[in-house]
Design a protein around this ligand. Structure first.
Ligand code: EPU
Length: 376
């Protein structure tokens, strides 16, 4: 169903917000819940379509899942299927993380190929290469990936690129694979640290998450756990950009300010001030923001691609000309033609947007092609 928002703008933003749990932390943690037959409780679980779709997939595999008032309960006492049907896999790209968990639990898996999406091609070659290095036999046929983990073993993996999902998939499979698996050039995103904490809360033995080198000692079995997911740094960053854009004063709680240094360093200039104390972020802003430094999206701790669309909006009304480079996804600039409809001055060349700030944007009808573009 097509959703629609009607927004009457032109007012500064004031208020205090408790930031919800991180989507990109909860989704792999849902996948990790399949690794135990015991009950998992997730506190601070955001109520999102991606989460309910992930819950549907887990149910289709035999797990009991409930998500109520920000608490998810997952019991995968018996996993009865090793197949993610295409109609569910296409709803949510993160179904690919389930590959590692299903293999660890069932020894084989059949997963529909996730394919491309609105922000880029999103291949899964890095996932498959890493799983093959662990001894998983993989065949790709008619849009499905068939995996057999009967000869899986621990090994030393070096990723060609620090893919978030591939790092998580290996962590999941390796947690129940005998021996020590290492991942060099691992993704360092905070959500990976959250996954490490969760696996360890279930009795696993993972270390190094948050650095480029992760070590996973496989255990015989994992037990149930109660776990609080970290606050969503991208949601928090979106509010910070909103305040810088509209002016006002906002206080954010429940998010780790260190996760947002690549953004807050850029925002805190001129009449826009960001302070972080005791885990609380406070922003005050008035008037037009000063010229933004160049923004180049990179794997963490670089500037996140998931805040690129939002910072583009800020650039449209900032002083001077801003250069924004998208390095992570090929086609994550679909919000730009929409901003042009509102009066933004934008030139786009391949993955580089050159945005000259104007005094004001004008309200009109625009479309959203992906989650972050919609927020922007
Ligand atoms: N890539 C490959 N081959 C692979 C895997 C990735 O070429 O096998 C490419 C991708 O196509 C992409 C780049 O590598 O161009 C980065 O992909 P990565 O695997 O790191 O991302 P992901 O795991 O698919 C997660 C988040 C994304 C976020 C990226 C980068 C989740 C559920 N998704 O995706 O979140 O943009 O990391 O930080 O964790 C969002 O929340 O809006 C979102 C898209």
């Amino acid at each position: 169903m097509m959703g629609k928002y009607l927004i009457k703008g032109g007012k500064p933003l004031y208020g205090e917000i408790d930031i919800q749990g991180a989507k990109n932390s909860v989704l792999p943690i849902f996948a990790a819940s399949l690794l135990t037959a015991e009950k998992v409780e997730l506190i601070n679980c955001p109520m999102l379509t991606d989460v309910s779709n992930m819950a549907k997939i887990l149910r289709s595999l035999g797990a009991e899942v409930s998500v109520r008032k920000g608490v998810a309960e997952i019991v995968a006492k018996e996993v009865t299927s090793y197949e993610i049907p295409a109609y569910l896999a296409k709803e949510i790209r993160s179904s690919i993380f389930l590959l590692g968990s299903i293999l660890a639990r069932m020894g084989k898996a059949k997963v529909a190929y996730p394919g491309g999406c609105n922000i880029g091609l999103r291949p899964i070659d890095i996932h498959l290469k890493a799983l093959r290095e662990m001894g998983v036999k993989i065949q790709e046929k008619e849009g499905y990936i068939y995996c057999d983990a009967s000869e899986v073993g621990s090994t030393a993996i070096t990723l060609d690129y620090p893919s978030v999902g591939a790092t998580e998939n290996v962590m999941l499979l390796a947690s129940l694979t005998a021996g020590i698996t290492t991942i060099a050039n691992a993704a360092q995103e905070p959500e990976i640290e959250d996954l490490e904490k969760f696996i360890n809360a279930m009795g696993g033995c993972v270390s190094g998450a948050g650095t480029p080198f992760i070590k996973i000692k496989g255990v015989e079995s994992l037990h149930g756990a109660s776990f609080r997911t970290m606050g969503d740094r991208i949601v928090a960053g979106t509010y910070l950009i909103g305040a810088a854009l509209c002016g006002g004063e906002i206080t954010l709680k429940g998010v780790n300010p260190e996760h947002l240094l690549s953004l807050t360093g850029k925002l805190s200039k001129g009449s826009c001030k960001v302070d972080s104390k005791n885990g609380i972020i406070h922003i005050t802003a008035s008037g037009r923001v000063e010229q933004l430094d160049d923004i180049v999206t990179q794997p963490y701790p670089g500037f996140p691609t998931d805040l690129q669309a939002q910072i583009c909006v800020l650039a449209t009304v900032a002083q001077g000309t801003s250069i924004i480079v998208e390095n992570i996804f090929e086609t994550r600039f679909k919000h730009l033609p929409e901003l042009v409809k509102m009066g933004a001055q934008v030139k786009l060349k391949d993955r580089v947007a050159i945005i000259s700030g104007v005094e004001d944007l004008l309200g009109t009808e625009v479309n959203s092609y992906d989650l972050r573009g919609g927020a922007a």
